[in-house]
Design a protein around this ligand. Sequence first.
Ligand SMILES: [Ca+2]
Ligand SMILES: [Ca+2]
Ligand SMILES: [Ca+2]
Ligand SMILES: [Ca+2]
Length: 477
Amino acid sequence: MKKLCIFMLLYCVSVQGMDPFFKGYRNTAQFNKALTILTHEYLKVKSLTTTLGGNEVLLITLNKGEVKPALLIVGDTEGDNPVGSEIVYHWLQKLIAKENNITLSELLDKNTIYAIPRPAPDALSNFFAAVQQRSSVNTKRVDDDKDLQKDEDPAEDLNEDGVISIMRVEDDQAMLTPHPQLPQLMVKALYNEKKYKVFSEGIDNDKDELFNEDGVGGVDFNRNFTFRYPYFENSAGPHQISERETRALADFAFAHPEIYMVLSFGKEDNLQHLWKENPKETGKRIKTAVLKEDASLYHEVSKDYVEAFGEEKSRVQGSAAGAFSHWAYFHFGRLSLSLRPWSIPLMDEKEVKDKRQSDLLREWLWLQKNRPEALLPWREITHIDFPNEKVEIGGLKPYYDTVPPYAVCEKKGAAFSQFIEALIKKQVDIQIENAQLKSSGNGAYRLTFTVKNNGSLPSALQMGRLSRQVHPLNIHV
Ligand SMILES: [Ca+2]
Ligand SMILES: [Ca+2]
Ligand SMILES: [Ca+2]
Ligand SMILES: [Ca+2]
């Protein structure tokens, strides 16, 4: 009973702390429950792994019992974003809701679908916490600043507004100043401007003159894969694929050679911002740019993306280092499509009067106009570590720049459905033509035929050949 009361108390605190702007988003327990009650004769739900933080990563399989060429759909590879998982959920829900839906049946005649809607659930608990703090790391305890203590200096909500934002301290020797158009955005100062040091909100718990340098957790799912792995960097983990959730996903992928395409949600976004070839890499053994033969495929499918989701002007973000989507192309050797779950539309360039951090400014100007509550005005506080200095808290509320109102997920679920349908139409379509049976005498016959791919996608990528991920085609005559 005592345990139940404590649980209910924690639940109330967590629900009360949730910003009403984000109403509708489900924590991982609620989200997984919603997945497990999806029912259809072609659908199976099973646990792929359980993270250190105790969250289950669920795998959905849609097929008609036989192994077919498969699509692997992976939700948010950025642990600090719940949008992709909800988009995948709405797509799945609609796909199976229509009884006798020709789309689903047709889809599964030629395909298997594997979906892992929320592959990195640990970090997301910060989104649902009573005090919201942006974090993309799991719960593994790591000594980020190598002072022999783990997680010793987390952030504190000093002004008790329910979020961890940033604090600034006046300092003539510092480098940053408020942007003249939007004071919450701190940019590089000119010589005659007032200067500030900027920290994340909190105190220096272990008195090492660093603020919040070693918070709770952990390892970032999207920095833990093998492509351009950021060795020894914070949040990358002790080694590649070191985490239960990254390991489970990579093992699953390699155990299923029938996967021909990988769709995932993340900042990399190679559909609006196409990966570029690098002619200087020709002849080099290690590739870090999309190959010429594959680049045209990306170009083709990006048109389907724009058709389904509409043209969005967004800022280039994301890093290839250790990212899942890059691994899926460069090392797993499949067509890997990375979709940005949602991004702030950029305000028109002519609104920019001072070009410092201009792309970010264009996003924040959109927020100022459309979600003014996202920008926190600077307010002075007293701070234990700066007894005689002016300290102010302000900046941007966490998640307002990456998470839209919930209704957007439902809408994007429909666009995702359209996109998948377009991709399926392009899939490999092996046909046998010109079959001829000729007698060679003595009861022996010679069968000759042409095997032709009538689809627009190849059966293996050029990168797949290099990464030795070409699997034999199984053709029934
Ligand atoms: Ca430490
Ligand atoms: Ca605060
Ligand atoms: Ca420390
Ligand atoms: Ca510290």
